[in-house]
Design a protein around this ligand. Structure first.
Ligand code: AMP
Ligand code: ZN
Length: 137
């Protein structure tokens, strides 16, 4: 896509700090890292988000994910790592070419604040939710 920032990073017309590349994916350091080693993994095939990602693109992307995660782990020895993908503005997506964030954790409190506010669902409600999803698979 001609007006896509990450497509331009893939074709080299916008510079990036490359970490890894194969026929299907490209990985580079995030320009505004929230922790040392914060890396983005993107498919070379343009798709806006997970909803639009073809299965073979997903397969190739996730085939590279452990490689990237383990390289960051070996380089910086974090105590943990979050992999995060934002889909849609409401979910915090700002660049509309699918990307998977690798965010190493060095301290429970620094870098990335995740606030999980759990809700109470009965077993019956959980079944109802599962059935609603299953109806579309
Ligand atoms: P998201 O908010 O999930 O869409 O994440 C977009 C990410 O892309 C942010 O973490 C930005 O810091 C990062 N980003 C934006 N422009 C660039 C760039 N030119 N090179 C590397 N990372 C970028
Ligand atoms: Zn793109």
């Amino acid at each position: 896509m001609s007006d896509c920032l990450f497509c331009k990073i893939i074709d080299g017309s916008i510079p990036s700090t490359k970490v890894y590349e194969d026929d299907h994916v490209y990985a580079f350091t995030d320009i505004s890292p929230v922790a040392k080693g914060h890396t983005l993994l993107i498919p070379k095939h343009h798709c806006k988000d997970l909803f639009e990602m073809p299965e073979d693109v997903a397969r190739n992307l996730y085939a590279a994910a452990p490689k990237v995660a383990n390289a960051i782990k070996a380089a910086f020895n974090p105590i943990g790592m979050n992999t995060i993908n934002n889909n849609g503005e409401a979910a915090g997506q700002t660049v509309f070419h699918y990307h998977l964030h690798f965010i190493p954790r060095y301290d429970e409190k620094e870098g990335l604040a995740l606030n999980w506010q759990t809700q109470n669902y009965t077993a019956e409600q959980l079944v109802e939710v599962a059935e609603s999803i299953k109806a579309h698979l």
